[in-house]
Design a binder for this molecule. Structure first.
Ligand code: FUL
Length: 692
């Protein structure tokens, strides 16, 4: 540790003439993590498994009245799950021992709604037992998802249910060896079967479960188990406000121990929170949590998963990656292949720390050099660190990489046992005579990774520009990760500006607008460019370091939307439907159906179809299922051109394209006759027309 000064170090200090001050024992800055929180943070990534009766009914949430006889995983192999997770680099598996429908994957003594009444293994099977054994064999930790909400149990909502819930928790925490995490879902109360009552039951999730005593039970039975909770008492880990796989770029591992949780608190943490509650980023390898056959072609790609890796682990969070299990009891081969490739991509990206054991010089803005312990930041050890001995909050680490070196990733870690401190920092490389800023960022915490286009440099510096207390840095890493050269994606805003992007940061893009195939001699993309009107954009991603390029991506844009206007709408958010961004949405509310969307197309054009992209968010609203489409040249006389259904749009909310015989129109009207939720809302991400 850096507080021990050797005789050799003293001599070298005298020889170099650098004033080095003896470090003092630093004290904690604000709340610090407990041992269980540290254990989880150091695991970095672990798996979720969603498997239940929903797997057999193709549902997301079972109602609680499903037939247990459906549970028949003829090829169940928990060793396959464990092998996949291990190869993907995940360190543990959390399984849905009981999801909201109440079905238990273990033979609980307290209900008949479990594997013990299923045909699988003649009622003698126990999925949790098999998974616990597989985890042991593959050296993975086991975690338990036990849904507090139980739509099967007749006592749900009454005090008796709490004893039932705790009895089940006790079974799970005493029969299957060490449990590293328990997961209590935030969805609580609503309609359900409830033993045949078929009614709606509401509970107050902050008080009903008496979390204080439930937590005490967990601590007694499994002292080394971390608690994830959402909306109840603060546990050890928090939800990040989205299931899409990213936490805020600024991410404090702190929350207030009391009070409600706003989205911002969950997503960014609280700089001055009074309790350590780290961010766990949960997301699924497919759009949904449970297995649905229609998602077999929607498994996330490796570049998408790497993006999530940087947006979770790379932002001071842990990554909880879900695998749905198929009705036969196995993970689908596509998910398996992608998971393996993802594991390899992480290994390759961080194979060599180019800063390891390199010379580090530290300077502070406090008028002196505190060199002592500088080598600790490049020793790759989590228990050593560099610190200042005063309240100095501005520090620069200068690293000499020994020779001009190509790199595109930076990693930093704080010594979080003494709290999370850093508020802002930047990184720079000496290019020629000048320092070039590669990136600027805010928090670090346990781990922060930054991506930037590759540079070749010998001198690198990392400057902490502000910190809650004097910073304590444990590790610094510099890497040259291989780039992902997937086909680029395109978007165009209402002004006609085209943006090209991919899941990586660093590839160059080359594009064409004349239909020809692009190569590295085509137009170099340096930022959004105007290409309004009907145009086809084709582009490739290109790695300047290797000269390799990826497949061609292309997008056909139709007529300009520059002069389009919604008529009779004052809501300024409404323009989201023309902005080319599929994530921005406008919800049009009315007192009754139909809901009419009237667009002034600016001038008379001949159209032969329209397209509609519904709200893409998980908990989307206003998905139109049945429509009529009209045109007019005066907004008074409307001509019906097309009517019909957007079939399967609920399960698969992709771009809906409708074509018809060419017709001239100045105004178009899309009438939403019905939506998926039976209310009076029409939600749109994008609306467009096609011309001949
Ligand atoms: C949500 C649940 O309602 C989903 O079904 C899933 O289990 C996910 C992990 O958490 O809140």
């Amino acid at each position: 540790m850096n507080k021990i000064l050797s005789f050799g170090m003293l001599i070298s200090m005298l020889v170099t003439g650098v004033i080095q001050l003896q470090a003092v024992n630093p004290t904690a800055c604000g709340p610090v993590p407990n041992e269980n929180q540290l254990m989880i943070q150091e695991m970095e990534s672990y798996a979720f498994i969603h498997f239940s009766l929903n797997t057999y009914t193709n549902q997301s949430w079972g109602y609680g009245d499903e037939d247990v006889k459906l549970f028949q995983p003829e090829n169940l192999d928990c060793r396959q799950w464990a092998r996949i997770c291990k190869t993907a680099g995940l360190k543990g598996i959390i399984i849905t021992a009981k999801h909201h429908c109440g079905f238990c994957l273990w033979p609980s003594a307290y209900t008949e709604f479990s594997v013990k009444n299923a045909p699988w293994k003649n009622g003698k099977g126990d999925v949790i037992r098999e998974l616990a054994d597989a985890c042991k064999e593959y050296d993975l930790k086991l975690g338990i998802y036990l849904s507090p909400w139980d739509r099967n149990n007749s006592d749900y909502g009454k005090p008796e249910y709490i004893s039932y819930f705790r009895n089940q928790l006790t079974e799970l925490l005493t029969k299957y060896g060490p449990i590293f995490e328990v997961w209590f879902d935030g969805a609580n109360g609503g309609n359900g079967y409830y033993g045949g009552a078929n009614e709606t039951r509401k509970i107050d999730r902050t008080t009903y479960y008496d979390w204080k005593n439930t937590y005490a039970l967990i601590h007694k039975l499994q002292p080394k188990c971390a608690i994830w909770n959402s909306g109840g008492d603060r546990g050890d880990l928090r939800w990040v406000g989205t299931e899409d796989g990213y936490v805020g770029e600024t991410n404090w591992s702190l929350m207030d121990s009391l009070g409600s949780e706003s989205w911002n608190m969950l997503h960014y943490g609280m700089e001055n929170g009074n309790k350590w509650v780290a961010a766990e980023v949960n997301t699924s390898i497919r759009p949904e949590w449970f297995y649905h056959p229609n998602e077999d072609d929607k498994v996330k790609t490796v570049p998408q998963l790497m993006d999530l890796y940087y947006n979770s682990i790379g932002r001071n969070g842990t990554m909880l990656l879900n695998f749905p299990v198929m009705p036969n009891g196995l993970i689908h081969p596509t998910d398996e292949k992608i998971a393996m490739e993802f594991g390899n991509a992480i290994k390759e990206s961080f194979a060599q720390n180019l800063a390891a054991d390199k010379k580090v010089n530290v300077s502070t803005a406090c008028g002196r050099t505190i060199q002592l312990g500088a080598e600790n930041v490049v020793d790759n050890k989590k228990e050593t660190y560099w610190q200042t001995d005063d309240t100095c909050k501005t520090v620069t680490f200068n690293i000499d990489l020994g020779k001009p070196t190509l790199f595109n990733r930076f990693m930093a870690q704080e010594y979080i046992r003494l709290g999370q401190r850093v508020k802002s920092f930047n990184i720079e490389a000496l290019i020629g005579e000048n320092w070039k800023v590669l990136a600027e960022a805010t928090t670090i915490g346990y781990k922060r990774i930054l991506r930037f286009p590759a540079v070749k440099a010998r001198q690198f510096r990392f400057t902490i520009t502000d910190s809650k207390c004097s910073p304590i840095i444990s590790n610094i890493g510099i890497y040259n990760a291989p780039l992902f050269l997937n086909a680029p994606a395109f978007s165009r805003n209402q002004s006609g500006e085209v943006t090209i992007s991919s899941n990586d940061i660093g590839p160059f893009f080359y594009y064409t607008l004349d239909g020809s195939n692009p190569d590295s001699t085509s137009i170099h993309y340096t930022g959004p460019f105007v290409a309004d009107g009907k145009v086809e954009v084709k582009a490739i991603a290109y790695d300047p370091a290797t000269g390799k390029s990826g497949p061609i991506g292309f997008r056909q844009f139709d007529v300009s939307k520059k002069n389009w206007k919604l008529t009779g709408v004052t809501d300024t958010k409404a323009n989201a439907i023309f902005d080319g961004d599929p994530t921005s949405v406008w919800h049009q509310k009315s007192d009754s159906m139909p809901v009419d969307l009237v667009i002034d197309l600016g001038n008379n054009i001949t159209i032969c179809g329209f397209n509609y992209l519904p709200d893409q968010h998980k908990k989307s609203a206003g998905i139109i299922t049945s429509y009529e489409f009209y045109v007019s040249d005066n907004q008074a006389d409307w001509k019906l051109i097309d009517k019909g259904e957007f079939a399967n749009i609920k399960n698969n909310p992709i771009l809906q394209v409708k074509t018809f015989a060419p017709v001239k129109a100045r105004y178009m009207k899309l009438c939403a006759l019905k939506n998926t939720t039976g209310d009076h809302v029409a939600g749109y991400a994008e609306v467009g027309v096609m011309t001949e």
